[in-house]
Design a protein around this ligand. Structure first.
Ligand SMILES: NC(=O)c1ccc[n+]([C@@H]2O[C@H](COP(=O)([O-])OP(=O)(O)OC[C@H]3O[C@@H](n4cnc5c(N)ncnc54)[C@H](O)[C@@H]3O)[C@@H](O)[C@H]2O)c1
Length: 329
């Protein structure tokens, strides 16, 4: 089966591409950046350097796909605030481009959107189910909400099967953007630098990349097995485990030799303070359940980063410095 992954050079896209090639899928990855990450060079996929905001460039790739996993995006809340036009352009117009090309395809590809818990906005701290109202508080969340609506409309009008998967604080590989909180805290702790806590009261639902990847593959299986051909659903793909930044620090502490130093600065007004999701709908529909608890995932990730610092220190430090610049890929 031919599957198109947009954003296939990214953190989640490269992990999914790697797993799908083991299952005999033919993968085409489209991404606007070069093939320079830690994973993809070693796996057998077709790579096209394409910007999804360019409709003419993507339509040929979409034409041959039997399924689409759409992950290309301005993928961080902070980027959406610094680069709102690009965020709207890529996450909404880019999604619309892929969908318009898919509508014209005789293959009627199934569609998976990489969405986000940011569509909910601020919550009451209780586990949030998919029927909780969408009330995003930042540009990124608004763009993902709009992208979900486009995908829902695509399914209904074009009689195709689709799902929006709401990811939450994914972590756990070297291909991550190292400026995100989990890898940033781990890297700084390993390098004996202070960990800067912005705000401090945030509650988050952290997901290990292997669980996210497993959930995406389960979603593919579900979409392929459906008889119905105008199915749409939105699903939280997360563990439903509540952790604070202080918990993260406590999970890091026993796995490193240095004493951890912390600084505290003011929180950002575009960050959601408290979010924990309810994963029971994904469990019911996909048979999905996260296997890795955050404490264990942090330990595994520290080991991975420690090994890389031992074997490929310069490469990892360069990526850390590059990711800190907070520039769009
Ligand atoms: N990582 C998380 O914690 C998380 C949480 C919620 C949602 N998501 C969503 O999951 C998806 C994947 O996230 P990720 O962590 O792998 O992000 P990532 O930034 O590592 O990967 C996104 C990829 O999209 C590519 N891209 C960006 N703009 C593009 C464009 N105009 N044309 C073509 N390619 C473009 C980037 O080059 C990058 O390789 C994104 O849609 C993101 O919004 C991620």
């Amino acid at each position: 089966m031919k599957v198109l992954i947009t954003g296939g050079e990214g953190f989640i896209g490269s992990s999914v591409a790697k797993e799908l090639t083991k299952l005999d899928y033919q993968i085409t990855s489209i991404d606007k950046r070069n093939r320079d990450n830690y994973v993809n060079k070693s796996i057998d996929i077709q790579y096209e350097k394409i910007d999804i905001t360019n409709y003419e460039a993507i339509k040929e790739q979409v034409k041959s796909a039997e399924g689409i996993i759409h992950l290309a995006a301005v993928s961080r809340v902070i980027w959406g605030e610094i680069f709102p036009e690009e965020c709207i352009d890529v996450n909404i117009k880019g999604t619309s481009n892929i969908i318009e090309a898919a509508k014209k395809s005789s293959k009627k590809p199934w569609f998976i959107l990489g969405s986000s818990r940011e569509v909910y906005g601020e919550t009451n701290g209780e586990p949030i189910s998919e029927n909780y109202p969408s009330n995003p508080i930042n540009t990124y969340g608004i763009s993902k909400h709009a992208a979900e609506l486009l995908v829902m409309q695509y399914s209904k009008q074009n009689k195709t099967n689709s799902v929006s998967l709401r990811f939450s604080n994914v972590y756990g590989d070297l291909t991550d953007i190292l400026d995100r909180v989990t890898p940033k805290f781990i890297m700084n702790a390993l390098l004996d630098k202070p960990l800067n806590i912005q705000g401090g009261n945030q509650i988050m639902d952290f997901t290990h990349i292997s669980d996210t990847t497993d959930g995406i593959i389960k979603a593919i299986n579900m979409l392929q097995s459906l008889e119905e051909n105008s199915y749409y659903n939105d699903l939280n793909l997360l563990p439903g485990e509540s952790n604070s930044l202080y918990d993260l620090i406590e999970y890091i502490r026993p796995n490193i030799e240095n004493d951890i130093k912390t600084t505290i600065t003011e929180g950002r007004n575009y960050d959601v303070e408290r979010f924990v999701g309810n994963p029971s709908k994904a469990e019911e529909i996909l048979g999905f359940k996260c296997k890795i608890k955050f404490k264990e995932g942090v330990k595994k990730t520290i080991q991975l980063y420690k090994n890389e610092l031992k074997n490929n220190k310069e490469k990892l430090l360069k990526k850390f410095e590059d990711d800190k610049k907070c520039e769009l890929p």
